[in-house]
Design a binder for this molecule. Structure first.
Ligand code: AP5
Ligand code: ZN
Length: 214
């Protein structure tokens, strides 16, 4: 099963990805997590990406496309995968189609901007795995600690309110056109497109996804 998550920053893509990976046994391909790992490792790619990410802007299409193509070609993706945060521009979607990377289900998670700004201040992440929590809506078992490793949770550098607002602006400008793009592909019968109300609880969004894609 090849699934793609589409939604604004903070809509809950990473949160639902954790659930979908376990439920359907497919690996998560999060371009954001891959870039953050490169930043942490201090690779040339990471050094280049850090400035762009901290400013809330998008990394170049070329760089991201190369990264995803390489990842999808790995053995564990043969049975399917879950794209989280890619594609997020029309050129990325075109490049993916041109490379023969197909998708079965597009899952759009819809949350109003103001709700997202409120949510982001409570987000905590486990840097090692990308696991996501919220201090109120999805708290870890032990405050400030990852459920699996017990390691410290962190605040993402791009979660400051002014950066979140910038990221939302870029989402509406560059990523939202993918709704129409994939709507058209769905109309040709090549994939299913479903939109979910991301203001529901984490569990209710997960349940709605399972009910729809089986
Ligand atoms: P990326 O890491 O992909 O960030 P994003 O798309 O901005 O999305 P987020 O990870 O912020 O949000 P999410 O939807 O995963 O929400 P989450 O589940 O964490 O990308 C980061 C940066 O990398 C980009 O800005 C860009 O610079 C670069 N980049 C990445 N991909 C790129 C690409 N393809 N092209 C170019 N550049 C790229 O949830 C958010 C919070 O809400 C959490 O605290 C969570 O617990 C809580 N929450 C989740 N669901 C609910 C719910 N139902 N109710 C209440 N709270 C909830
Ligand atoms: Zn995410």
């Amino acid at each position: 099963m090849r699934i793609m998550l589409l939604g604004a920053p903070g809509a809950g893509k990473g949160t639902q990805a954790q659930f979908i990976m376990e439920k359907y046994g497919v690996p998560q391909i999060s371009t954001g997590d891959m870039l953050r790992a490169a930043v942490k490792a201090g690779t040339p790619l990471g050094l280049e990406a850090k400035k762009v990410m901290d400013a809330g802007q998008l990394v170049s299409d070329e760089l991201i496309i190369g990264l995803v193509k390489e990842r999808v070609a790995q053995d564990d993706c043969a049975k399917g995968f879950l794209l989280d945060g890619f594609p997020r521009t029309i050129p990325q979607a075109d490049a993916m189609a041109a490379s023969g990377i197909e998708i079965d289900h597009v899952i759009e998670i819809d949350v109003p901007d103001e709700e997202i700004v409120k949510r982001m201040s409570g987000r905590r992440v486990h840097p090692g795995s990308g696991r996501v929590y919220h201090i109120v809506y999805n708290p870890p078992k032990v405050e400030g600690k990852d459920d699996v490793t017990g390691e410290d949770l962190a605040i993402r550098p791009d979660d400051e309110e002014s950066t979140v607002r910038k990221r939302l602006g870029i989402y509406h400008e560059q990523t939202k056109p993918l709704v129409e793009y994939y709507g058209k592909v769905a109309a040709q019968g090549k994939l299913t497109y479903n939109k979910f109300d991301g203001t529901q609880s984490v569990g209710d969004v997960s349940a709605a996804i399972v009910k729809t894609i089986g």
